[in-house]
Design a protein around this ligand. Structure first.
Ligand code: NAD
Length: 387
């Protein structure tokens, strides 16, 4: 078996790496820059940390703030139309996955026609053909890995869908943990468990390879070891740095190996109940892993070890059970409700969640255990009851 391995062309990582931005912008010889960010980040001055040094050099910058968490399709359509109407020559995304996904979408679809909806994976009919505008992505959460994936996620009425093509890969990713210090505990927890889920799902994915395995296991080590501290004390530089590297590595891992059942079931929760992506993944992670445990005991034993425990005296089966329990404990320790009831999801929604979940065939195909409609309902029910 052989596989295609993709890494983003250029990345700057580590504390203070934002200092490389100006040189990278100069490289693109840009004159009119679109900065896509969310309004809160503009208000707290985080966006200005990016734009001030560029403005001081005389660059013309438009700061576009019509970004909301888990952006609906309409927000993407509006931004793409705006980008087409203006002669930008560089796009910079600053924010969590919501801002970065919109930035890369705008950069690529600026040079295409039609609506964003035409390019959606599940229902679209058009293909991406052009590279579009150069794009620099600067994450301010340690979660999605959007800065190094070729995916843009949009919320629809009943689920989420993606626009995906290698042309959506950023030209440059700048992953500076200093930009995550202001993340409140709740967002640190949700985005951090999102990153952990990327790593765990990459490691058990049917498309895993030795390359994605190495990235995923190191991501699991870093995140498991630092997430509780990052949530409890957001100013802890080491914990923020570990979370930043962990989410970056997890992003490359899942971009290459893909995510599976947790994400397939999380998308309907996001679409139908507007639950933050990280929370949707977190609440489902122990239940999906518990359900598919038998199909990947050896890999779950490795995950248990990477989380900092020792499976030396345990059978694979025992270690896999303990792995599920530790994943659940981690989610609870960082303050995320561990059942769907905790998110006020009514029991009569399980049917429509199941119907939307089964539509995510491309993602479900990577699960080490096939998940049919009845399996999906059973998992949602377990997550509802919290057992
Ligand atoms: P987000 O971008 O929605 O941000 C969540 C909240 O955190 C916002 O209110 C934002 O203002 C705030 N915030 C962000 N950075 C902050 C900071 N440094 N200080 C204080 N507040 C800050 O959250 P997210 O989880 O990063 O992104 C979620 C989106 O990314 C979803 O739409 C999800 O589907 C998508 N996603 C994309 C990929 C991909 O590969 N493209 C992967 C996973 C998820």
């Amino acid at each position: 078996m052989s596989e295609k391995i993709t890494f983003a062309p250029i990345s700057y990582t580590g504390w203070g790496s934002l200092s490389h931005l100006l040189d990278e912008v100069k490289r693109f010889k840009a004159s009119k820059i679109l900065v896509v960010t969310d309004p809160f980040l503009k208000d707290i001055g985080l966006t200005n940390q990016v734009t001030d040094p560029l403005e001081a050099e005389g660059y013309a910058i438009e700061i576009y703030t019509e970004v909301v968490p888990e952006p609906p399709l309409a927000i993407g359509e509006k931004l793409v139309a705006h980008t087409r109407d203006n002669a930008f020559d560089l796009v910079i995304g600053v924010g969590g996955g919501s801002a970065l996904d919109l930035a890369k979408l705008a950069g690529v679809l600026a040079s295409h026609d039609g609506n964003v909806a035409d390019y959606l994976n599940l229902t679209g009919s058009k293909q991406i053909t052009e590279k579009g505008l150069p794009t620099i992505l600067i994450p301010t959460t340690s979660g999605t890995g959007s800065e190094i994936t070729n995916i843009s996620v949009l919320s629809l009425e009943t689920t989420k869908d993606v626009v995906t093509h290698d042309n959506l890969l950023a030209d440059v990713a700048i992953v500076d943990p200093a930009l995550t210090i202001s993340l409140p505990p709740k967002v640190t927890a949700a985005t951090g468990v999102d990153a952990l889920t990327h790593a765990v799902e990459s490691y058990i994915s049917k498309n895993a390879s030795p390359v994605s395995d190495a990235l995923a296991l190191q991501a699991i080590r870093l995140i498991s070891n630092s997430i509780r501290t990052a949530v409890a004390n957001g100013e802890d530089k080491q914990a923020r740095t570990d979370m930043s590297y962990g989410s970056y590595l997890a992003g490359i891992a899942f971009f290459n190996a893909g995510v599976a059942g947790v994400h397939a079931l999380a998308y309907p929760l996001g679409g139908q109940f507007h639950i933050a992506h990280g929370d949707s993944n977190a609440v489902l992670l122990p239940y999906v892993m518990g359900y598919i445990r038998q199909s990947c005991e050896k890999r779950m034993k490795d995950i248990y070890d990477a989380m900092g425990f020792s499976s030396v005296n345990l059978s694979q089966e025992e270690a896999s059970y303990k792995c599920v329990a530790e994943l659940k404990r981690l989610v609870e320790d960082v303050g995320i409700p561990s059942s769907l009831k905790g998110f006020d999801i009514p029991e009569d929604a399980l049917e429509s969640l199941t119907n939307a979940g089964i539509e995510q065939r491309r993602i479900l195909a990577r699960s080490p255990m096939p998940l049919l409609k009845e399996d999906i309902y059973t998992i949602y029910k377990a997550a509802f009851d919290g057992v």
